[in-house]
Design a protein around this ligand. Structure first.
Ligand code: FAD
Length: 433
């Protein structure tokens, strides 16, 4: 039986309450158990009636919360690279930040990363976490195998090759199927990237040239506070292989190249941001916006994000822009990113290319909670799906309408967890309600 102790990995003092990364959520249970092996994890599963696994705690809502027990696999972080089949198998506790240099050391890369490398692979894939790039699927689209412990304490192994639709249902599992112990990811030969930031792209140019802007490099992020009909920054991440390199013109659809490194929130210093100005570097030091070892984003904040089908992107963004005077007072920054379609049942990009409209809010839930229904209503005609790990107020009935594979997902989850060992308030309300 794993001993219960305070994990140094969380730097959690006994006097402090265990919270999520941004501190907006105090977990309902303070009972945290760390396991260091598959046997210990199986033993924990068999002995407990109801609990949740914590990854790196970067979700903004109560998806990882438990009133009973919390389990951490953060100390299980071994990596095994199969160069021949171009796959890496990782233990569930590892973060992208720890995995990436190990892949680089062996000459490999992942296809994409989120804005920050600090998050766990298992937690990120469970919520369909994504980066940017119209040809890039979200991070879970790189998963080719998954190993988890079901409610009976048995080890279940699923692969993309052998398990077809069951696999597609399990990867973005929202923590509902079991305790993920290993994840296998597709890898590719390492690549070099360059990153540029352009300032002040007019909304009129965006409206007219959205497709061309998105097609101009491997990964594009547009930042705005919705004021003055412009995107304050465009982050352009380009691979450097022949034919792929961004030409870095002096004028990019009316925007101009920045002359120093910038933070997405113009007023903040860029020390925690990845290198810009077209300086070449390895993929894992350019794909995220934020560097490992530094606080990503702003810190004390809230986040929401809605995914609309690619063909609705411009109309949906203009609909949000019309709400600017309600949004901006509570906003730090918004970001627009493209994500390629995938086959994963609970992914917001299931069978549809998407554009994600993201909001980093000031940490003011009373006001943000009043604004979210307004934004959700505005995005409803465009079939906006919320990010599972961020804040939303959409009703469970609406979620069922827009996540069309939800009935199949519920069946799959019940098969592995018939009595609701892995359920919590979030899952009971949004999925099983
Ligand atoms: C500053 C910041 C920037 C962000 N940027 C992005 C971004 O660019 N793109 C994006 O899409 N999202 C982004 N996010 C959101 C973030 O990526 C997701 O919330 C992600 O789920 C975080 O992973 P985690 O390990 O912290 O998950 P946690 O919050 O710890 O857990 C998430 C879910 O996964 C489950 N889980 C975790 N580990 C396991 C396991 N081993 N077995 C079973 N279930 C497990 C938990 O129970 C829970 O249901 C950002 C968040 C922050 C704070």
């Amino acid at each position: 039986m794993a001993s219960r102790f305070v994990s140094p990995l969380f730097a959690w003092m006994p006097s402090e309450k265990l919270t999520n990364w941004s501190g907006n959520l105090e977990y309902s249970s303070q009972q945290l158990t760390n396991v260091t092996s598959l046997d210990q994890a199986q033993d924990f599963v068999r002995k407990h009636k109801n609990f949740k696994v914590l990854g790196t705690r970067h979700c903004f809502n109560n998806i990882a919360d438990s009133k009973n027990e919390l389990l951490s696999l953060r100390q299980m972080d071994q990596v095994s690279i199969d160069a021949e089949s171009r796959k890496v198998t990782v233990e569930a506790g590892i973060s992208y930040g720890k995995l990436a240099p190990q892949l680089e050391g062996k000459g490999f890369a992942l296809h994409n990363l989120a804005s920050l490398p600090h998050i766990s692979v298992a937690g990120a894939c469970s919520t369909a976490t994504h980066g940017s790039g119209e040809k890039n699927g979200n991070l879970s689209s790189a998963v080719s195998g998954i190993q988890f412990i079901n409610a009976a304490g048995e080890v279940v192994k699923l692969t993309r090759e052998k398990d077809g639709e069951t696999f597609n249902g399990a990867v973005v599992g929202l923590g509902a199927l079991g305790v993920i112990t290993k994840v296998t990811l597709d890898i590719q030969p390492t690549f070099t990237m360059k990153q540029w930031v352009y300032e002040n792209l007019p909304l009129a140019q965006f409206k007219q040239h959205f497709d061309a802007i998105e097609a101009s490099a491997y990964s594009i992020s547009l930042f705005t506070d919705w004021q003055n009909q412009k995107f304050s920054e465009v982050w352009i991440k380009s691979r450097t292989e022949p034919g792929q390199e961004f030409p870095a013109p002096k004028d990019f659809y009316g925007s101009t190249p920045a002359t120093k490194n910038l933070h997405p929130i113009v007023e903040l210093g860029a020390e925690n941001c990845t290198e810009q100005l077209g300086i070449p570097g390895p993929w894992f030091e350019r794909l995220p916006h934020f560097r490992m070892g530094f606080t990503p984003s702003a810190g004390k904040e809230l986040q929401s994000e809605f995914f609309v089908p690619r063909q609705n992107a411009v109309d949906a963004i203009l609909a949000v822009e019309r709400l600017r005077d309600q949004i901006t007072p509570h906003l730090m920054i918004s970001e627009i990113r493209c994500i390629a379609a995938d086959n994963l049942w609970m992914s917001p990009a299931y069978k549809q290319n998407c554009v994600a409209i993201h909001f980093t809010w000031k940490q003011d839930w009373p006001n943000v909670s009043k604004l979210l229904p307004v934004i959700e209503k505005e995005l409803a005609p465009y079939k906006g799906r919320p990010h599972w790990g961020k804040l939303f107020t959409m009703s469970p009935a609406t979620l069922k309408e827009i996540y069309t594979k939800m009935p199949d997902f519920i069946e799959l989850a019940k098969k592995h967890d018939p009595k609701g060992k892995f359920r919590n308030d979030y899952l009971n309300r949004n999925i099983f309600g």
